[in-house]
Design a protein around this ligand. Structure first.
Ligand SMILES: C[S@@+](CC[C@H](N)C(=O)[O-])C[C@H]1O[C@@H](n2cnc3c(N)ncnc32)[C@H](O)[C@@H]1O
Length: 367
């Protein structure tokens, strides 16, 4: 049920999402600023009131603090745009944002009483590239209660360099309306295609969820042209799935940083996040990665071939839920078992080390 009050109770699943947002923006702002981007933009398209009923911070406050409370101040100019349709909530947010102290290079604009669908294109166009000015890297957080997320807006973001989206995909809500055959225009708008209709006849809930997930992921990759898309599934304490987060970017470092944020989300036991990009093989984010699975993925990909450590790392980062920090132990195990043989290693190399990422490694075929 959607809350009707101005502020509402923070649910554990929202807290988990906030933790990911905080960690990501804490990394995003300094990386881009130090990467010589003079200007960054953050848009919270469904901003909410900025606080929850027990005093917990909402996403706009979290994102703003992630930028202004850095140990080393961010040099780039940072513009925040907070869009919130409900005027009581946007007024509340204005008070919350007013309590923060922004350095002169950081600004926040609240688009109160305005809908994301109408306001985002205006905000987006105001940063369009012109001669002598390129579009600033923009992070767009799309976090509705429902599913009024025009795909055309997502396409805009992903067609620009260094721009990315984090989207809450409330599949339960989507599923409910879909099975009632309601709001076809909104669904065309959400998916950016008409193919969701094939999901109406899928009766098994699990299969329907997989269908909707895969369709949205396909659209982000193929129709919006995102180079990297990862999805994350959130389960609550009853182990039922609450929502998916979709992250889409064209930037490899962005992909690495969102994975780092995911792997570091504290486990309170009340919720769990897993990588759901491949729904047949969901990987739980936990303190210790499942290296047996990673080993299977690496061996499955490279068995019988010769590759460099850097090619293995690329595969791990781009095509699996695991991180660049996870695979070297797997290589050590394989080398220890004589299933991985270094070819012409440097004379001073210690067994089980892969500092020379261009060294060729042979994956022995299974005997
Ligand atoms: C899930 S809440 C956002 C929570 C917030 N992002 C956070 O994490 O603290 C969704 C918010 O979107 C607002 N909203 C609903 N429809 C909207 C629309 N079309 N455009 C912008 N905001 C909208 C609601 O009033 C609500 O405050």
């Amino acid at each position: 049920m959607q809350p009707r009050t101005t502020i509402w109770e923070l649910e554990p699943h929202t807290a988990a999402k906030h933790e990911i947002l905080r960690r990501y923006i804490q990394a995003w702002a300094p990386i881009l600023s130090q990467g010589n981007f003079p200007h960054l933009v953050f848009v919270d398209g469904f901003a909410g009131p900025g606080r929850y009923s027990e005093g917990e911070e909402g996403s706009p406050v979290i994102a703003a603090k992630a930028v202004i409370n850095q140990l080393r101040p961010i040099k780039a100019k940072v513009d925040f745009h907070f869009i919130e349709l409900d005027e009581k909530r946007s007024d509340h947010l204005a008070t919350e944002i007013g309590l923060l102290t922004f350095p002169s290079n950081v600004s926040a604009k609240i688009h109160g009483g305005r809908a994301f669908q109408d306001t985002f294109p205006e905000v987006w166009d105001s940063y369009a590239s012109r001669p002598g000015r390129s579009r600033p890297p923009t992070f767009v957080f799309i976090d509705p209660f429902g599913f009024k997320i025009p795909f055309s807006n997502v396409v805009k973001v992903l067609s620009a360099p260094s721009c990315e989206v984090l989207i809450t995909f409330m599949f339960e809500e989507i599923n409910r309306f879909l099975s009632q055959g309601q709001q076809p225009d909104n669904f065309d708008d959400l998916f950016g295609c008409r193919d969701w209709r094939e999901g109406i006849d899928i009766k098994l809930p699990r299969e329907r969820v997989k269908f909707l997930h895969d369709l949205y992921q396909r659209q982000l990759t193929q129709a919006a042209g995102a180079r990297f898309v990862r999805s994350f599934a959130m389960r609550n304490e009853r182990n039922t799935m609450d929502y998916f987060l979709f992250f889409a970017t064209n930037n490899e470092l962005g992909l690495k940083k969102i994975k780092e944020a995911m792997w570091r989300v504290d486990e309170s036991g009340t919720y769990t996040f897993s990588d759901a990009t491949d729904p047949n093989q969901s990987v739980l984010f936990s303190a210790e990665p499942n290296r047996e699975l990673l080993k299977r993925l690496i061996v499955g990909k490279f068995e019988g071939t010769e590759v460099t450590a850097s090619e293995i790392e690329r595969f791990v980062v781009h095509e699996t839920p695991f991180r660049e920090t996870h695979y070297k132990k797997v290589l050590q195990t394989l080398e220890g078992a004589e299933r991985l043989i270094p070819i012409d290693p440097p004379a001073n190399r210690r067994r089980g080390t892969y500092a020379d990422i261009n060294m060729k490694l042979r994956f022995e075929p299974k005997t």
